[in-house]
Design a protein around this ligand. Structure first.
Ligand SMILES: O=P(O)(O)OC[C@H]1O[C@H](OP(=O)(O)OP(=O)(O)O)[C@H](O)[C@@H]1O
Ligand SMILES: O=C(O)c1cc(=O)[nH]c(=O)[nH]1
Length: 162
């Protein structure tokens, strides 16, 4: 139900004829919980904090954390301009082994940007976990940044299931 066809501009600026609307599965509490339960199994040993990326990664991280029983951080695209003025809200990330949680990975650009920012805050980030890896160079880009990508689903697997 999340797989759309048409013409879509992606975050990376690329265009695609296929788009996974993550908000369709994130808005379904039963489906999201099932995905989260399976993702929790993929969490690398030693992970201390789960960090979900704005916006789609926030619902995913909250759901995964319920199964993993780990504290969560909510990572903004830009630091809040008032109040706490934080980029990363919730659990403290400094000095802790942090797993980045994302919904969809395409080029890997957003995970790399947010990981750099988390590292500046003192987090130790070696891994990321996503719901869907579109298999368009994301895992390679992450590897260059020292991040291993684990995915619950790949684009190839989803296409094979249709
Ligand atoms: O691997 P990349 O090429 O960086 O692309 C994937 C990113 O693009 C989408 O974010 P978008 O900005 O559309 O998302 P939001 O609705 O979650 O804010 C998705 O949630 C990833 O964050
Ligand atoms: O690369 C993206 O921006 C992107 C691709 C996709 O399939 N779904 C999504 O939410 N974002």
């Amino acid at each position: 139900m999340s797989r759309l066809t048409g013409e879509f501009v992606l975050r990376s600026g690329r265009t695609a004829t296929e788009y996974f609307d993550k908000y369709q599965f994130e808005a379904d509490p039963v489906l999201l919980d099932q995905l989260a339960e399976q993702m929790a199994v993929l969490i690398p040993e030693g992970t201390e904090v789960l960090a979900g990326l704005e916006m789609g990664g926030i619902a995913v991280v909250t759901a995964v954390a319920r199964h993993a029983k780990l504290p969560t951080a909510f990572v903004r695209k830009q630091a809040k301009q008032y109040g706490t003025a934080r980029l990363s809200e919730g659990a403290e990330v400094a000095g802790r082994r942090v797993l980045v949680i994302e919904d969809v990975v395409t080029s890997g650009g957003q995970v790399v940007i947010s990981t750099e920012e988390l590292r500046k805050l003192g987090a130790h980030v070696d891994h990321a976990l996503c719901v869907i890896d579109r298999q368009e160079g994301g895992s390679e880009a992450l590897a260059e940044a020292g991040i291993t990508l684990r995915a619950l689903l790949t684009r190839a697997a989803l296409e094979a299931a249709v």
